[in-house]
Design a protein around this ligand. Sequence first.
Ligand code: FES
Ligand SMILES: [Fe+2]
Length: 335
Amino acid sequence: MKLPVDLWYPVLESQEVRRRPIGVERLGQQLVFWRDHAGRVHAHPDRCPHLGASLSGGKIEGDCLVCPFHGFEFNQEGHCVHIPAHGRSGKIPGGMALETFPLTEVHGFIWLWLGPIRECYPEVPFFPVLESRWRYGSIKAEWPVHYTRAIENQLDVAHLPFVHRSTIGAGGRTFIDGPYVETDEHSIRVWVSNLHDPDRPSQSQQALRKASSGKDPGLHFIFPGVWLLNISPRIKNLVAFVPINERRTLYYVRTYHRIHPRWLGKPFEWLMGLSNRFILEQDRQVVVTQRPMNSGEADHDRLIGADRAISQFRRIHQDLLARGVDSGDAGVVTE
Ligand code: FES
Ligand SMILES: [Fe+2]
């Protein structure tokens, strides 16, 4: 799968990896994740180097991942340390090892470093506004779409009165003032007003920049796949987009909040989960029809002014791809 490299990808929520191996498809590869005694998570291709069985069907013993087929044991570094058929003092053939992926666990997600191994890694870029004292509830959804269309859908500010007519787009405010968009190497920030048609063109970027100064962006996206919707000072929606393969994308959707009194937090999370699911379903019905599936191949799309955030997404995504792509081989990266 063609993906930009040298980036941290969110791949699982922390709570999904416990003391048993879990096999999932992520970033175009079948992977196995497991947690050792100390609580550290490890990831490898979900294929035993002996005869190719899925390691996710195995178990964790001590600090080793054990293959279900012939009981080979692999340590946290992926080295085979025991072949039962050869006995405890038996020789381990060279090359009997698993590739390992650099991982980190922060903000309640497991992040996988896609790209060449390094001495040290950058921090996971996240939203400064979420740094402290937030609670959240989350839901998960899987769509048969390419991640590019999934992300662009959440940067699309013109679809609300059409796709979400009965929910967040009610009121027929079809006119887009802006959007005003700021970008850097890895992120996109969007300020926008949806209005009833005022019968004048959108304000200039300069005027919009002035109007947005000092205000938090309405939307904030950080490559390769986290997005924040600023609903109010006490409520934010976050989506982590996880490419499964060329044709499927996973969404982790969280509502972060500071609801008082505290006991209202859980019912609020439950309600927001329902509402997010309903609104996303409205999006899904349209996004699954978009062709081509990968917006990187959508040379015939004719973008308009209101699509400024989408065109910036495409530009930065192309720049990142031009720097290097994942070849699809576990842990191996080519230009
Ligand atoms: S296939 Fe894994 S130990 Fe044989
Ligand atoms: Fe939408």
